[in-house]
Write a protein that binds this ligand. Structure first.
Ligand code: SAM
Length: 378
């Protein structure tokens, strides 16, 4: 595969976390960083690219641009795709998948775009080798993305395969409405969480914030427990360099001197949190307690609290306004001298919290406009 040792990449993330992703990439040594909507373009040598895949907490996916051309019909798309030297990217013994995103009057069906591209690839291999690679939708060896804007066609190689929010530690995924791991980590980084205090999530659900907070505090690589990365199947993959990146990251892990506390009034949520914390090797740093927020005891300062209360749509709540009022009362009465961050997509319910907001950070939870708000309980 003619992939140079240094190259251009595209990292995708949540809307609102682009700057956080750009900062992560800069710290890892990426250059020529350009922030786009829900994405960051950057250049990196191979080691920096491997580090970004292993360490970035907020990237959802890394893509490598391989081709850019114009076409005005599906027929032209097929012909130009057929002419690509596919063995540069894919061997006929490997499985592959294609995802297409189209924003074009001509190419108005993403499925048909995918089908035409697949036909071009398969016909190319049949013609040259009398053998063809097969489609595999679950964990294919090689995944391509086709992005079409009007007549502009871009082809990318997907380095990640499955989205990078699948970190490998979520052993119990039965809990409804967990936060995305990337979004949780992004909120913690934006809020300046560094592991120098106790951490509390009083409505912890399946434990995503507890785990991401613990991983940041202990400097555990975001992908420490993930095995599958699509770029491991690229023909220029260097296993020794990947091993070194992983070993260096493990060397950089540190101890955490404080406690991570999770509360929830639902035993099923706590069971999921227990399993997931164990999956992340963090159970020893955490205390989980079955508790309604109205029964919270005063907590010793200083400390850092982050909570993702129900929005009222995903998890059933009898009186959502009352719940947010109770949350505000709990913060005021039981978390004196703490920094408290509340993340929600229910901006109406948030008004019932009754506390002065020190910071209000706009974020998107997928399509849902959300806020991450800081309340300084001093
Ligand atoms: C949106 S979920 C949190 C999801 C969590 N961030 C995760 O990633 O899994 C909200 C949680 O608040 C809990 N909850 C709702 N009302 C509560 C109350 N009064 N006291 C304690 N927990 C409550 C629910 O059981 C649920 O687990």
């Amino acid at each position: 595969m003619p992939l140079a040792t240094s190259g251009e990449y595209l990292a995708k993330t949540f809307q609102g976390l682009e700057d956080t992703l750009a900062e992560e990439l800069e710290q890892l040594g990426a250059t020529n960083i350009k922030v786009r909507k829900r994405a960051v373009l950057f250049e990196a040598d191979r080691e920096t690219f491997y580090k970004a895949n292993y360490l970035s907490r907020v990237a959802l996916r890394f893509l490598r641009p391989v081709l850019n051309f114009r076409a005005s019909s599906y027929e032209e798309l097929y012909r130009k795709m057929y002419d690509v030297n596919w063995p540069d990217f894919l061997h006929y013994d490997q499985t592959f998948a294609i995802s297409s995103v189209v924003n074009s009057r001509i190419f108005d069906h993403s499925r048909y775009t995918t089908l035409k591209t697949k036909d071009a690839i398969v016909d190319h291999f049949r013609e040259r080798f009398r053998k063809r690679p097969f489609i595999e939708t679950y964990q294919p060896d090689i995944r391509f993305h086709v992005h079409i804007n009007d007549r502009n066609i871009r082809l990318y190689l997907d380095a990640s395969g499955e989205s990078l929010h699948k970190r490998g530690y979520r052993k119990d995924d039965t809990f409804p409405a967990p936060l995305s791991e990337c979004l949780a980590a992004g909120m913690l980084l934006k809020a300046g969480w560094d592991g120098s205090k106790d951490f509390v999530d009083p409505m912890c659900g399946s434990g995503t914030l507890l785990i991401e907070a613990g991983m940041i505090a202990r400097n555990i690589a975001a992908q420490r427990y993930r095995a599958y990365f699509s770029f491991h199947n690229w023909s220029d993959f260097q296993p020794k360099l990947w091993k070194k990146v992983k070993e260096d990251a493990i060397q950089n892990e540190r101890l955490f001197e404080h406690v991570i506390k999770g509360f929830d009034y639902d035993q099923k949520a706590l069971n999921a949190a227990t399993t997931n914390l164990r999956g992340a090797g963090l159970r020893g740093y955490t205390e989980l307690t079955l508790l309604d927020i109205v029964d919270m005891k005063p907590q010793k300062a200083p400390g850092f609290l982050m909570v993702n209360p129900p929005y009222g749509d995903n998890i059933k709540v009898d009186d959502i306004d009352l719940l947010y009022k109770q949350l505000g009362d709990m913060l005021k009465q039981k978390f004196n001298q703490w920094d408290a961050w509340v993340f929600t997509a229910n901006l109406d319910a948030l008004k019932n919290i009754g506390l002065k907001t020190s910071k209000r950070i706009p974020l998107f939870n997928g399509p849902k406009e959300s806020r991450l708000c800081l309340y300084e309980m001093y």
